[in-house]
Write a protein that binds this ligand. Structure first.
Ligand SMILES: Nc1ncnc2c1ncn2[C@@H]1O[C@H](COP(=O)(O)OP(=O)(O)OP(=O)(O)O)[C@@H](O)[C@H]1O
Ligand code: SF4
Ligand SMILES: [Mg+2]
Length: 343
C-alpha cells in the first residue's frame, strides 16, 4: 500500500469492447468485460489465461495505450485518463515490457538511444550517465549502448527492454509475455533479474503470461482470466495449494512443471473444446460449455466473483466441488521458492 493506505493501482469494472465486422455484419467483441483488481506497492500481480482472454488488452489499458470503453483505472488514487499534465504524470509512472524485444526496439537506433527514449520524452537531454547506470543494473555492459539490437542475443535484448522500462524510475512495470520468446534457461535468468530488481527498487509488477509455472514463482497474487472476465483471484501460495475455479484447475493440469514429483501430483482435469468467441460469449457462466461440473444453473445464471476466504475470490456456483489437489501440490509459489531453485 502507499503511505495513504491506498493501493498503487486500482482497476474498477473496466471494459474494452471493440466494434468489429463479423460475417459482413456489425458486431461487438468483448475483449475485457468488467475486470476489477488492485495492486499494492512492491507487489507482483500475475495474470494468466488462455490466448484471447483479454490479458494484453487489459495491459494496454493499464499503461494508457488503450482507452477503456467503461470503468476506471486509478494510479495512487488518480484517474490515468485525466487530461493534461496530471494524467501524463500518472501514466509516466507506468512502463511496459513486451514479448518481442527485437520488435519493440527500433533496429536503426542504438540500444542507448532506445533505452533513453522515455527520459527524452520527458525533456531530459543528456542521458548518457543514466543509460550506463540502468544497463549495468540489468546486467549489461554499458558499452552495449552503442550497439544495434541485431548485435544482441535474445536475452540481452530483453534486458535492454527492461532497462528502457526502468530508466524513468516507474512505480509499476507491466510485463506482457516478457519471457515467452526466450528459452528455458534465459527465462530463469530474466525471472531472477526481475525478482532482484523488485527487491532493490521496490516497484510493482503486473506479470502476464501463458506460463503458469513462471507466474506462480514471481507473483504475490494471481488473477485468472477467462473470456474477458476474472474467474479467480487469490494469493500465489493459496493458488499453489488449491485453486477453486474448475478453469484454474484445468490450467494447472495443462502446465508442464520441471520437477517430476510436481508433474506426477498435478491435477488431471481435461478441458473440453476450444475457447468460445468473445463475439458471442456463452450464457450464464461463460465457462459452462467446457466445465465438467456444469449444471442447468450454470447455463442460466452468471456466478459473481465472491469471497470464499481471506483474499480468495472465485466466480463459480460450486467452488466446494472442485477436485482437491494431492498433498504436495503441483507447483511452487513465490512464498515457498524462487526461480533460482525451481526452473
Ligand atoms: N484492436 C482490436 N480490435 C478488435 N479485436 C481485438 C483488438 N485487440 C484485441 N482484440 C481481440 O480481443 C480479444 C482479446 O485479445 P488479447 O490480445 O487481449 O488477448 P490475450 O489474452 O492477450 O491473448 P494472447 O495470450 O494470445 O496474447 C481477442 O479476441 C482479440 O482478437
Ligand atoms: S459456475 Fe458452473 S460451469 Fe461455471 S465454473 Fe462453476 S461449476 Fe463450472
Ligand atoms: Mg496477449
Amino acid at each position: 500500500m502507499s503511505s495513504e493506505g491506498q493501493p498503487l493501482l486500482e482497476v474498477h469494472d473496466v471494459k474494452k469492447h471493440f466494434d468489429v465486422k463479423s460475417h459482413g455484419a456489425k458486431a461487438v467483441l468483448r475483449a475485457v468485460d468488467g475486470v476489477s483488481l488492485s495492486l499494492n506497492s512492491g507487489e507482483t500481480l500475475g495474470v494468466v489465461g488462455e490466448s484471447g482472454c483479454g490479458k494484453s488488452t487489459l495491459a494496454r489499458m493499464i499503461v494508457g495505450l488503450e482507452k477503456p470503453t467503461d470503468g476506471k483505472i486509478l494510479m495512487e488514487g488518480g484517474d490515468i485518463s485525466t487530461p493534461g499534465r496530471a494524467g501524463r504524470a500518472y501514466r509516466a509512472n507506468v512502463q511496459m515490457v513486451f514479448q518481442n524485444p527485437s520488435g519493440s526496439m527500433n533496429p536503426r537506433r542504438s540500444i542507448g538511444a532506445s533505452v533513453a527514449e522515455p527520459l527524452q520524452a520527458r525533456g531530459v537531454r543528456n542521458c548518457r550517465e543514466e543509460v550506463a547506470k540502468v544497463l549495468a543494473r540489468v546486467g549489461l555492459n554499458p558499452d552495449f549502448a552503442s550497439r544495434r539490437p541485431h548485435q544482441l542475443s535474445g536475452g540481452q535484448q530483453q534486458r535492454a527492454s527492461i532497462a528502457r522500462a526502468l530508466i524513468s524510475d516507474p512505480r509499476l512495470v507491466v510485463h506482457d509475455e516478457a519471457i515467452a520468446s526466450l528459452d528455458i534457461s534465459l527465462q530463469a535468468q530474466i525471472l531472477n533479474l526481475l525478482l532482484d530488481l523488485q527487491q532493490e527498487l521496490g516497484m510493482s509488477y503486473v506479470f502476464i503470461s501463458h506460463d503458469l509455472a513462471a507466474v506462480q514463482i514471481i507473483s504475490h497474487r494471481i488473477v485468472v482470466m477467462y473470456l474477458g472476465e476474472v474467474v479467480e483471484a487469490t494469493s500465489a501460495g493459496e493458488f499453489a495449494r488449491q485453486p477453486l475455479h474448475p478453469y484454474s484447475l484445468s490450467l494447472r493440469a495443462a502446465t508442464l512443471f520441471p520437477d517430476p514429483e510436481r508433474e506426477r501430483n498435478k491435477p488431471h482435469v481435461l478441458l473440453k473444446g476450444d475457447v468460445p468467441s468473445p463475439l458471442a460469449p456463452p450464457s450464464g457462466c461463460r465457462f459452462h460449455p467446457r466445465c465438467p461440473l456444469a449444471t442447468d444453473l450454470c447455463k442460466a445464471e452468471k456466478p459473481r466473483l465472491s469471497k470464499i476466504a481471506e483474499e480468495h475470490h472465485v466466480a463459480c456456483h460450486y467452488p466446494e466441488k472442485t477436485p482437491t489437489i494431492t498433498e504436495g501440490g503441483a507447483g511452487a509459489s513465490r512464498s515457498t521458492e524462487t526461480a533460482r531453485e525451481v526452473i
